[in-house]
Design a protein around this ligand. Sequence first.
Ligand SMILES: [Zn+2]
Length: 154
Amino acid sequence: MTTTRATAVDKSSGDEARPVVDVSTLAVRDGEDPWTTDELDEVRATLDQDIERFAHQVEVSEAELVGLLHDGNEGAGRDSADVGSANFERDAEISLANNAREMLDQSRLAVRHIERGTYGQCDNCGQPIGKGRLMVFPRATLCVTCKQREERRS
Ligand SMILES: [Zn+2]
């Protein structure tokens, strides 16, 4: 075993103070190549974009909800069809907001895993999630087996 690993200080140090992640320690499945810095950077960039996007979505949804709830309070004189569609709109907005919040949490959790060097391990069984799966679903925190088991339960 040779230690050809580059030291933390290199010329590519950007402006952002991010913890240096040793990609060679990240979990991969049998037969997969170890993570490269480029691959992890790509996944990380996707997650950062997702966090921004979902945070924005949560904000918009919540503002929308405040508006809808406000309208609802003022609509005392409306007939039941109006109230029904207002309720429907509100419920749809609530589920949209919840969904965005869940995606946001998942993305943040994945980034935390990257920073801790635990990215790629299944949260449930500890087995490698697989680099191939993570490149497609960077937010994944469960391996395929555990994910399927979870989906069957719910
Ligand atoms: Zn698992």
